[in-house]
Design a protein around this ligand. Structure first.
Ligand code: ADP
Ligand code: MG
Length: 748
């Protein structure tokens, strides 16, 4: 049953050597088939999952019932017999340690194990001490046979094992490879290694597999984490550089232009943050190097104004700006809010248009033929200064007269490559401004978005009121739900308005799921966030379908909210009906708006103070935060009630508790990161490639990531294609890999 490994061939092995060299064909085939490991480098980067510390071994004579123990002992006797009530064999093994203590171990899959645990074999056994027929024993312990003379090693490395390939087989392969390995050339420049006090690569690889002390494997790990962090940062620095290789267009501010006119008629003062970020952007736009900037700002931080001011600067220099949204509905909302912010300044050619006005053109797939033709014409002729649409807009190669700036909203819905595609393939690269309301923890900003410069709007405009958020466990405390509706009535009695949000539209029970096209789309687009849409429901197929607007609204109207003026809003309504409902709600003619996530973006009714989110667990963390941002926009404090029937103690409930515990988007983003698999986040950097980031953690390695970013930026500034740093080139390649996916690296 043990893996057959060929005799050592004696040296001359490096990281690129195929495994059949040092290990023979059998072992190499097994490693390739089961773990996808092909080269010495692959195997040596298959790190131990944990170590068993020999110093913490127990003596058999001192064991106590219920203890988890690890002992080293020799098999004295092994007896295989049929099981009484089941098929299969039971193996009983009596083991004896150096001090003479004896213990019996029982294995249920005895036949398989009997080939390994034959009398005379020394092994490590670990498990929980139990009693059988008044004797201590280990039932089905984990075990690991030890080689002759192996006891000298203080730690046993435990590898992530797979079917038919045991941890100890992997360990034997690793040892044999390490015996023959010529120390690899260290990719890390010596000055960095010294400054950061990191061991050399060869030493780190040996120590992570065969540590002598605890400090050994810590140091080894630290070094290997560095390689990953630096690889990521180099890849991103190269990507940033590549993005700015084609020249952009300089659009310096123009005095007395549209931007000045807009600032003059702005009904509020810009926040300090808006002003500071605005200055950064203005300077970027004035340069010929294409801007590549991410503006992150919590819901309501006022990003639209920032983006609009950037667009106006570009329009002032005679160029066009495009604003892209992930869905048609969002694009239409953007166009509306830009038009209302600009007023007469956005109505060129109309009766009440200002003299210096520009035109805002909405370009979406659902335009009628004539409207679409007119819109295209405006875009091509340059009559449209600002073009708003879905990203299909650029990808369909709409011919802009002179595109100077692309603004992308809701960044978290775009992948890294899509971002590249949005810039188009023209001779000149437009400036790029990415906006996201999803707060991004620093480490994520430095990795997933590491190809962008980051600006943050941390303060909210004045006049915002606090929102208190409460989780309502309707499953455990049904009485609380009654209290929810009572609370809503109180808000309305005070003259305020309220939203009730449901995850689904409903209406056609037979087609409950594919009926919710619009909402479904929004939810899917959030997919990088694995929580969205599925929530707690995804691991339980038997759960009832999510609550639906069309089913909830009539129940509320007849029951707990009888007598209040209810309205309904969802994506399937015809556009004019949606508009009418929205206008009625804005005018205060509706008390309670029962809606889907259509209200997530852009809805701004300061008199609304309450929000009830039903089946809150079905939404993603960032989506809930966005939704909640719809209340507390006026003077009265807001209240947000998250109703759920998922039980306490589940991840889904933890997410809701997280939302309730803070309104600080950045804090929330950190919690979100803790609650979801980091691999999914880091995976976005690697775009489809098999992950080579094995040790790097966005939560634990913030300092390393930060330092690596500084080094990487500096290195790429001085050596743009890493010609003088072949080792670093390898590190970057290890992260990004496939040349066709990372065109910028293929030049390297
Ligand atoms: P978001 O960052 O979520 O996109 P918006 O740009 O939609 O935020 O701004 C939210 C609201 O705040 C809008 O009604 C906008 O007009 C208003 N607003 C933006 N900046 C300020 C400011 N400096 N002072 C007051 N209100 C502002
Ligand atoms: Mg916005």
């Amino acid at each position: 049953m043990t893996l057959r490994i060929a005799a050592p061939s004696g040296g001359g092995v490096d990281m690129d050597t195929r495994l059949d060299g040092p290990l023979g064909k059998r072992a190499a085939e097994a490693l390739a088939a089961r773990l996808d490991l092909h080269t010495v480098g692959d195997l040596l980067r298959h790190y131990p999952r944990r170590y068993v510390d020999r110093g913490k071994l127990s003596d058999i004579s001192g064991l106590e019932i219920g203890e988890h123990v690890t002992v080293v002992a020799k098999v004295e006797k092994a007896t295989l017999r049929d099981m009484r009530s089941r098929r299969g064999k039971l193996l009983n093994v009596v083991i004896r340690d150096d001090k003479g203590g004896r213990l019996s171990c029982t294995f249920f899959n005895g036949y398989k194990v009997s080939h390994v645990l034959t009398p005379g074999v020394r092994a490590l056994f670990s498990g929980k001490v139990g009693v059988f027929q008044s004797q201590l024993q280990l039932t089905h312990p984990e075990f690991e046979p030890l080689e002759e003379g192996e006891d000298v090693r203080p730690f046993v490395s435990v590898y992530p094992a797979v079917d038919k390939l045991n941890s100890w087989d992997i360990a034997r392969c690793v040892r044999q490879v390490l015996d023959q390995l010529d120390d690899p050339t260290d990719p890390l420049p010596e000055d960095i290694r010294r400054r950061e006090k990191l061991p050399e690569l060869g030493r780190a690889l040996r120590r992570i597999h065969l540590p002598e002390t605890e400090a050994d494997h810590h140091a080894a790990r630290a070094r290997l984490v560095w390689d990953e962090a630096l690889g990521v940062q180099l890849a991103l620095a190269l990507r940033r550089r590549h993005a700015t290789e084609r020249p952009g267009t300089a659009s310096p501010p123009r005095a007395g232009g549209l931007l000045d006119a807009f600032d003059a008629r702005l009904p509020f003062a810009l926040t300090d943050g808006q002003r500071a970020v605005g200055t950064e952007i203005a300077a970027d736009l004035a340069r010929e190097t294409p801007m590549n900037r991410l503006v992150q700002g919590d819901v309501g931080a006022g990003k639209t104004v920032v983006a609009l001011r950037a667009m106006l600067q570009v329009v002032d220099s005679g160029r066009q700006a495009a604003m892209l949204a992930p869905t048609e509905v969002l694009a239409a909302q953007h166009a509306r809010s830009l038009r209302s912010l600009l007023g007469p300044l956005g109505r060129a050619g109309e009766l009440d248009g200002a003299e210096e006005a520009t035109r805002i053109t909405l370009l979406t797939g659902s335009l009628g033929t004539a409207a679409r033709r007119q819109a295209m014409l405006d875009v091509q002729s340059g009559a449209a200064g600002i073009v708003v649409g879905t990203h299909a807009l650029i990808q369909d190669k709409v011919g802009f007269a002179d595109l100077g700036l692309v603004v992308v909203d809701e960044q978290h819905r775009f992948g890294v490559e899509q971002r590249d595609a949005l810039r188009g393939r023209g001779e000149r690269t437009p400036h790029m401004l990415v906006m996201t309301a999803t707060p991004i923890p620093r480490t994520v900003a430095m990795t997933v978005y590491g190809d962008l410069e980051v600006s943050a709007l941390t303060e909210l405009p004045r006049g915002r009121s606090p929102i208190s958020t409460t989780v309502v466990p309707a499953g455990e405390k049904p009485a609380w739900l009654e209290r929810v509706w009572q609370r809503i009535r109180e808000e309305v009695a005070d003259g305020h308005q309220v939203y009730v949000v449901c995850p689904r539209v409903g209406g056609d029970p037979a087609k409950a799921d594919d009926g919710d096209l619009f909402e479904g789309e929004l939810v899917d687009l959030d997919d990088p966030d694995p929580d969205v849409g599925g929530g707690a429901g995804s691991d339980d197929g038997a759960r009832r379908p999510p609550l639906a607007v069309l089913e909830v609204a009539p129940k509320l109207a007849e029951g707990p909210l009888a007598g209040l003026r209810l309205g309904i809003l969802h994506g399937k309504l015809p556009a004019d009906e949606k508009d009418a409902t929205m206008r009625a709600f804005e005018a205060g003619e509706i008390d309670v708006l029962v809606a889907t996530t259509v209200i997530e973006v852009g809805v701004d009714v300061p008199n609304s103070t309450g929000m009830v989110i039903l089946d809150a667990d079905r939404f993603g963390l960032s989506q809930l935060h966005q939704l909640r941002g719809r209340v507390g926009r006026g003077e009265a404090p807001g209240v947000c009630l998250l109703v759920t029937d998922v039980p306490a103690g589940t991840t889904a409930r933890e997410r809701l508790d997280a939302i309730a515990s803070t309104t600080d988007g950045f804090e929330l983003a950190r919690l979100d990161l803790e609650l979801r698999r980091e691999g999914d986040v880091l995976g976005a950097v690697q775009s489809g490639k098999r992950s080579t980031l094995k040790l790097l953690s966005l939560l634990r390695h913030e300092t390393v990531i930060e330092k690596a970013r500084v080094y990487a930026t500096d290195i790429v500034d001085h050596d743009p294609d890493l010609a003088g740093h072949p080792g670093l080139r390898t590190l970057a390649r290890q992260v990004v890999g496939d040349e066709e996916q990372a065109e910028f690296l293929s030049k390297v």
